[in-house]
Design a protein around this ligand. Structure first.
Ligand SMILES: [Zn+2]
Length: 260
């Protein structure tokens, strides 16, 4: 009898162990600091354009972000150190000139293999969502497609899904994802900014522009898309849209010539 109770107890312990070890995602180790520096200097052009003092603080903040945020691969995703560095860089680029800023509205970044639709069905027909900031049950979570995260840094055009989603998160930090990130934007900039945004959206819808047409969706998407452009191709944005460029400089506290 005692033996059966002993065996039963043992089985329960094993089942509990299996249940919890399955449920909990193994914490992803943070890459070593020298590896973060090395990967940033080889793969992230924003980082390459910084002074050496700025590079030091940038890579420190990437490391802090990765220690504080759960990065969880979904499905058959294998996360590399470079993927983690891309996520950390996407988080730090928009807030680099806000040294005190912490993402208090984010616990976890889920990384999907390809694109997914808004119901997170990876295999449905409409596979065109590349990233998303969660709401409702998915509050405090961000979802990124691994493929499109990588493309943002490897294709060298004006698009970057990682930066796009982190800018949505900044926009959301005041309670409304409305294209007006109130903690970042001086209140005097609000009206001139909206005027520019509405003019630009109208132009995009009418005749197209060098701005990704997705920016024409609404004010929040405009902010996210134009920020991708601002952080990846600042010189080009300044040439093509000088007024918008100047306002983004003010919003993101970037001084002239810094990190261009
Ligand atoms: Zn968006």
């Amino acid at each position: 009898m005692a033996t059966y109770i002993g065996i039963g107890f043992f089985v329960v312990i094993i089942l509990l162990f299996v249940k919890f070890s399955k449920k909990a995602n193994a914490p992803q180790p943070v890459p070593a600091s020298n590896n973060i520096e090395d990967l940033l200097s080889k793969h992230v052009s924003f980082y390459q354009r910084l002074s050496s003092g700025q590079q030091e603080s940038f890579s420190k903040r990437v490391s802090q972000f990765l220690s504080a945020t759960r990065i969880t691969p979904v499905g058959n995703v294998q996360l590399t150190d470079l993927d983690k560095v891309y996520i950390g860089a996407s988080a730090i680029i928009p807030i680099f000139h806000f040294p005190e800023w912490q993402y208090t509205n984010l616990d976890e970044v889920l990384v999907y293999p390809g694109s997914f639709d808004e119901g997170f069905q990876q295999h449905s027909k409409d596979r065109n969502v590349l990233g998303m900031v969660g709401d409702g049950a998915l509050n405090r979570q961000m979802i990124l497609s691994q493929e499109s995260l990588r493309q943002g840094y490897e294709q060298k055009n004006a698009g970057n899904t990682g930066i796009h989603e982190f800018v949505h998160l900044l926009d959301k930090s005041d309670g409304a994802t409305d294209g007006l990130p109130e903690f970042f934007m001086p209140s005097s900039l609000k009206d001139p900014w909206l005027k520019q945004v509405h003019r630009a959206i109208a132009e995009i819808r009418q005749k197209g522009d060098d701005i990704n047409p997705y920016a024409g969706t609404n004010e929040a998407e405009f902010l996210a898309v134009i920020s991708e452009y601002f952080f990846t191709k600042p010189v080009l944005l300044e040439q093509h849209h000088p007024e918008i460029y100047q306002m983004l400089q003010t919003m993101f506290r970037k001084k002239d010539g810094q990190g261009k």
